[in-house]
Design a protein around this ligand. Structure first.
Ligand SMILES: [Zn+2]
Length: 379
C-alpha cells in the first residue's frame, strides 16, 4: 500500500463537518466496544451488523457513509483483537484491555462516499456529512489522479495541529531498479550516533533533535504552568502540538532519507531485532525521541528493502556487543565502555562497529534462522 498525502483546503463550515464526521466515527467505535463488553461471544461480523442498527437508531450516524461506518466498527474490533492476541501470547505486563476513545482524529472512507476530480485538484465527499468539495494541496510531484480509481482502496481524513489532511491508500507495489553494489552491511543502532555500520561508518544524530528536545520541554512546562481549563492553557497546548508535529515531520524526513540511502547502496542489510516497545518505557524525553526514530527508521528500511528487493534481516540481539568480532571471545563490557579490546586476539575496535560486524556475521551465517520481515506500508 502506497500512501499519498495532501493538505485539505476548505472553509470553516467544511472543517466543522469533518469534525462532526470524526465524532461519529468515535461514537460508533465506542458503541461497538460497549456492545462487546456487555455481550458474550461478540465477533467482528456482529460489530459490522451492529453498524446498521446504529444507523437506524441515530440519525447523525446515518449521515456518515456506510463503508466509513463499517471502518469505525473495524477499529473497535482491531482494539479487541489486539487485546485477545496479547492474552493468547501471554504478553508480560498490561494486556491492553480496549478503552473508550476520546481523542479520535480521523475518519476513513473506503471506495465510496467520495469523488476525485479528474485533474486531481479537488476531492468531494458525497455522503450526508456535508463536507463537500475541498482543494488538495500537496507536493506538485505527486499525482494521485494518475492511478486507476479502483486501486485507491481507502481515503482517510486526518486532523492535525495545523489543519486537515487527506491520505489516499493506493494498492500498488513500487519496484525500484536496484543497482547491485556487491556490498553487504550490518548496522548497530546507538544513542551517541544514530547508527554505526560494519565498515566503521557512522550516521550522526540530526542536530535538530537536541534543539527540538529543549523546545518541547519548555512548551511542556508552559502548559503545566497555565491554569487548568483556561484559554491560555489551550493556547499553550496548541503551541506544543504544533511543535511536536514539526518534530515528527523532521524525524520522518530524516528517517526516510537515511533509509533510502542505506538500502540503495547495499545488497543486504542486517540489523539487531530490538524490542522498541520495551525500550521506550520509563525513559526521559531525549531517549524516547531516539527510540521512536529508530522504530520508524527500521520500518522504512524494511519498506525500501521490499521495493529494491534487497534482503533486510533481523538478528536476535544476543551478545552482539560483547563478543569479539574477530575471534568470538566474549568480552564483558558495561554500557559506558566505548571501545572493544579483546584480550585473546588483541582486536581493538569501536564498540558499535564491533557490534555491527557481529550483526552482519550473524545474518550471513544464520541467514536462514534470522527472520526476514515484510512490511505493509511502503510510501
Ligand atoms: Zn578477539
Amino acid at each position: 500500500m502506497l500512501i499519498y498525502e495532501y493538505k485539505l483546503d476548505g472553509n470553516k463550515q467544511q472543517y466543522a463537518a469533518i469534525d462532526e464526521a470524526i465524532r461519529v466515527v468515535q461514537f460508533i467505535r465506542n458503541k461497538c466496544l460497549r456492545l462487546w463488553m456487555d455481550t458474550r461471544g461478540i465477533n467482528k461480523n456482529d460489530l459490522q451488523c451492529y453498524c446498521a442498527v446504529l444507523a437506524k437508531e441515530y440519525s447523525f450516524a446515518r449521515t456518515l457513509n456506510s463503508q466509513a461506518r463499517q471502518a469505525s466498527a473495524d477499529r473497535a474490533w482491531a482494539a479487541i483483537s489486539r487485546f485477545y492476541e496479547n492474552c493468547l501470547n501471554h504478553k508480560p505486563g498490561k494486556k491492553g484491555y480496549p478503552k473508550f476513545q476520546h481523542d479520535n482524529r480521523s475518519v476513513e472512507y473506503k471506495t465510496t462516499g467520495w469523488k476525485l476530480d479528474p485533474d486531481g485538484r479537488h476531492i468531494t465527499f458525497i455522503d450526508g456529512c456535508g463536507i463537500g468539495s475541498l482543494r488538495l494541496v500537496g507536493n506538485p510531484k505527486q499525482h494521485i489522479e494518475t492511478f486507476p480509481l479502483k486501486q485507491i482502496k481507502r481515503v482517510r481524513i486526518l486532523r492535525r495541529a495545523d489543519g486537515y489532511y487527506v491520505q489516499f491508500g493506493v494498492q500498488a507495489e513500487r519496484q525500484i531498479e536496484h543497482t547491485s553494489t556487491g556490498s553487504v552491511v550490518g548496522i548497530d543502532m546507538g544513542l551517541k550516533v544514530f547508527y554505526t555500520d560494519s565498515n566503521g561508518n557512522t550516521v550522526a544524530n540530526p542536530r535538530h533533535y537536541r534543539k527540538a528536545e529543549k523546545k518541547l520541554k519548555r512548551l511542556h512546562r508552559e502548559v503545566s504552568r497555565k491554569q487548568k481549563k483556561s484559554k491560555n492553557r489551550k493556547k499553550a497546548r496548541q503551541r506544543l502540538a504544533k511543535a511536536s508535529l514539526k518534530v515528527q515531520r523532521q524525524r520522518e524526513d530524516f528517517a526516510r532519507k537515511t533509509a533510502s540511502t542505506l538500502v540503495s547502496s547495499h545488497d543486504l542489510i542486517a540489523y539487531e531485532h530490538l524490542q522498541i516497545r520495551n525500550m521506550v518505557k520509563n525513559h526521559k524525553l531525549a531517549k524516547s525521541i531516539h527510540d521512536a526514530a529508530w522504530g520508524q527508521f527500521l520500518s522504512l528500511v524494511k519498506a525500501y528493502g521490499i521495493m529494491h528487493n534487497v534482503p533486510v534481516i533481523a538478528v536476535p540481539p544476543h551478545y552482539t556487543s560483547q563478543d569479539c568480532s574477530r575471534c568470538g571471545e566474549r568480552v564483558k563490557k558495561t554500557l559506558s565502555t566505548r571501545t572493544h579490546v579483546c584480550p585473546k586476539c588483541g582486536l581493538v575496535m569501536d564498540r558499535d562497529e564491533n557490534g555491527a560486524v557481529n550483526i552482519l556475521a550473524k545474518a550471513l551465517n544464520e541467514g536462514t534462522l534470522g527472520h526476514r520481515e515484510t512490511h505493509e506500508r511502503a510510501s
